[in-house]
Ligand binder design. Sequence first.
Ligand code: ZN
Length: 251
Amino acid sequence: MIAFISDIHSNWPALEAVLADIDAIGDVERIICLGDVIGYGPHPVICFETVARRCSLVLMGNHEHAVIHGPYLFNPQARRAIDWTKETLYATLHGDKRSQVLSLLENLPIRHEIGDILLVHASPRDPVMEYILESDLWEGANPAKMEEIFAAFDHLCFVGHTHRAGVFTEDWCFLHAADVPEFDVSDGRYVINVGSVGQPRDRDPRACYVLFTGDAVYFRRVSYDIDAVAGDIRANDALGNRSAERLYRGE
Ligand code: ZN
């Protein structure tokens, strides 16, 4: 079994709770992270170090890309968080650990294939930046976009990025994770959004991740200590209260 985690966003209590859940399950062979380990939250160093240690693969998210190349197209608050994250990573890490972490960060792959399964942070067309949204399925929205996305992989495509867990089907439906906590993917083609560990935006504030057996996906929701991370966000002038408040509402 593979565990897919994504969009941790420097939320250590959420990551710790998810890893404890994975460890308690017991037969997870590997953990794969689909990107955005950092950004928004107050714990970039421990989150990045832990993901680097526990995951067999980490993909490049747009927040890692922003730390390396600059926070273009980010709103002012996300931009301040990126600047603070970069300063913190560079100031906290020293010696061999610093070069290991920074070289991993700078060399994260943007896509990975396991047989007929494609893994990206965002979208097959634009692996780091493009959002695949429920609104892309609405009548007249942008059929060419979904057709191109589904033409870019053979069987399954796992993504994160929107922080909204669920399954896009090839007949243009989006199934919310809450409605399909277990979903058979043995046949057909699906885009599976694994949700967000550290900043869910589907109105369920619990951390979200996915277990994949090869035939089915299981959306897992894990409660964690939101007060702890929200307190650390509020105590940090660079991060802004909205990043704390949204965690309680899952938005
Ligand atoms: Zn994200």
